[in-house]
Design a protein around this ligand. Structure first.
Ligand code: BEZ
Ligand code: FE2
Length: 405
């Protein structure tokens, strides 16, 4: 048994003061340091630095490790030029993204307090790194392919990758899962097969959804910037699905939808009512010029804040992302938004990924991130705000009770 003491602990009931946690691989008790030391006489006690806040480990629900080599190769500013640059640079970027690069990406996430991430995997090349990293990884094998002629081949490749992620090394913390690339890039036959597979094996499901106005124009009217794209690369000028058809395919299976920037209020409400959740990627959205997610419609629902990959970001640091969210949603009261965002990257994200972490409560996994503030917060309602504004890296990280930072 171990005991950790912090000036503040972030619990589902808010920040508590001068308390401690007794834990092994899970949280065993939360009480005063004295009470825990009396109860667990042989426990090793650790005092965190002054002005430390103990959080559950932070969760980044959506990242593409395979694109970690991108620095300036991809074109930012607007979605379609970016997508064209991905197609042009993909082979070079993938070839230069070796295990060392992806390991560095995982380590940078760990230093920013991320103890769990959702890896969206296009090719399965990051599986080995995800097996070796200490973090929990929900490994989302991505399915792509709008052309019916290649459907069988693409589905076969997808199921092979899924199988590989189901047979990981024993002590890895991987959960296999499925990602649908997007409504415009996945043929409905493939879509329904994959959702069926997710249901059959109770696998988590994720999909990019309504990321750009171009996507909306294409799905609604078969027009806009996607038209020349599909004519050039796929010799077609008709979308394979509609927005309604795509959403309805997920009706009975809670899914994590990424971006949703161009979703209407009604569409967001529909998703929420069906038990789905949203991954909000503010910097990716800004860098690809796709607009602002109307986060105000999601505040009472479940959403996460995620970095997306280095293919549309400048870091995988979750605090950089949270600061961006605070700037992007400039009309929201800043301390309330900060508190809501911390909830999103802990409790909400764990519920979304169906993992037993993300909350400081008895029985939850002992995954912690210790944030040390530069001085004592003057007003307790601002602790989340100062955490986001003052933190580049956390001072300690624990996963399943083991210390990694
Ligand atoms: C496809 O495989 O159909 C596809 C891939 C990327 C963008 C659009 C479509
Ligand atoms: Fe993504």
């Amino acid at each position: 048994m171990k005991i950790i003491i912090a000036d503040f602990i972030y619990t589902p009931d808010g920040f508590i003061k001068n308390q401690a946690i007794a834990f092994n691989d899970t949280i065993v008790a939360i009480d005063t340091p004295e009470a825990l030391q009396t109860r667990y006489k042989d426990a090793k006690t650790h005092h965190t630095e002054a002005n430390s806040v103990l959080y559950p480990g932070f969760i980044n629900t959506h990242v593409h490790l395979e694109f970690s080599a991108n620095k300036t190769a991809l074109q930012y500013g607007s979605f379609m030029p970016w997508l064209h640059s991905v197609i042009e640079q993909r082979d070079t970027l993938l070839a230069s993204c070796d295990n060392a690069t992806m390991k560095q990406a995982c380590e940078s996430m760990l230093r920013s307090g991320i103890t769990t991430f959702g890896a969206i995997s296009s090719f399965g090349t990051e599986l080995e790194v995800c097996e070796q990293t200490p973090q929990r990884v929900v490994f989302f094998n991505e399915l792509i392919g709008s052309n019916a002629a290649y459907a069988d081949m693409l589905y076969g490749d997808f199921t092979q990758r899924l199988e590989a992620s189901m047979h990981c090394v024993k002590n890895s913390r991987i959960t296999p899962a499925i990602a649908i690339h997007s409504p415009y890039s996945v043929h409905p036959v493939l879509l329904h097969k994959a959702i069926g597979l997710a249901k059959q094996h109770t696998l988590q499901l994720s999909a990019h959804f309504l990321e750009s106005q171009a996507e909306r124009d294409w799905l609604e009217k078969g027009e806009g910037e996607f038209k020349p794209f599909f004519e050039k690369f796929f010799n077609t000028s008709t979308p394979v699905t509609t927005i309604e058809e795509f959403i309805h395919a997920f009706d009975t299976y809670p899914t994590h939808f990424t971006h949703c920037v161009q979703a209407s209020k009604e569409e967001l409400e529909y998703l929420i009512n069906k038990g789905h959740s949203v991954a909000h990627c503010p910097r990716s959205n800004r860098y690809l010029g796709v607009g602002r997610l109307a986060i105000e419609h999601l505040l009472d629902a479940k959403f996460s804040v995620a970095t997306d990959g280095l293919s549309s970001n400048d870091s995988l640091n979750l605090f950089d992302e949270l600061r961006a969210a605070l700037m992007l949603h400039h009309q929201a009261p800043i301390d309330k938004l900060a508190t809501r965002l911390i909830h999103a990257v802990t409790s909400d994200a764990a519920d979304i990924l169906r993992l037993n972490c993300g909350k400081i409560a008895v029985g939850k996994n002992a995954d912690f991130a210790v944030v040390t503030l530069p001085e004592t917060p003057k007003r307790e309602e601002e602790i989340a705000l100062w955490t986001i504004l003052q933190t580049k890296e956390v001072s300690e990280v624990y996963i399943e009770g083991e210390k990694y930072v």
